[in-house]
Design a protein around this ligand. Structure first.
Ligand code: AMP
Length: 136
């Protein structure tokens, strides 16, 4: 399957590159949620957080922090969202890992409020047990 981000990394197609080092590249999203919306992408292919090397993921977070700081300093962003869509069910369309760094402004209504489900105390306890068991 065509990997559009690898094409950007390999300079086969153009992008507005904001930052690059040995491990990551960051460029402007072509369909921004807000102006300055930037993607942080690992140069080594992996699909998403589930199969990513933790050291590279940590470097992606550090890069996202720098991008967000630049958005605040240079674009006047008042906040930002760090969005990571994982898997088709999670809204991921490009199957090469990436973090979205989206500058936000008061009342810009860029994202709708998430929906919520009912969850009883018993269900909370049961779910906590399942997750906590495999965490250590
Ligand atoms: P996701 O839904 O998390 O997989 O997001 C993929 C993102 O990649 C979308 O926000 C697209 O607008 C963005 N995108 C796709 N092609 C390009 C491109 N050639 N240059 C920059 N951003 C792109």
């Amino acid at each position: 399957m065509e990997n559009i981000f690898l094409k950007i990394i390999n300079r086969e197609i153009p992008a507005h590159i904001v930052y690059e080092d040995d491990l990551v590249i960051a460029f402007l999203d072509i369909m921004p949620v807000n102006k300055g919306h930037t993607l942080v992408v690992p140069k080594k292919h992996f699909v998403n957080i589930l199969d990513g090397d933790p050291d590279i993921l940590a470097h992606m977070i550090k890069t996202a922090q720098k991008i967000a700081q630049a958005q605040v300093k240079k674009l006047g962003a008042e906040g930002f969202n760090l969005v990571v869509n994982n898997g088709v069910a999670g809204g991921q369309e490009v199957m090469h890992a990436h973090f979205h760094v989206v500058p936000r402004y008061t009342n810009d209504n860029a994202y709708p409020k998430p929906s919520h489900v009912e969850c009883s105390k018993e269900e909370l306890a049961e779910i906590k047990e399942k997750l906590a068991k495999v965490m250590s």
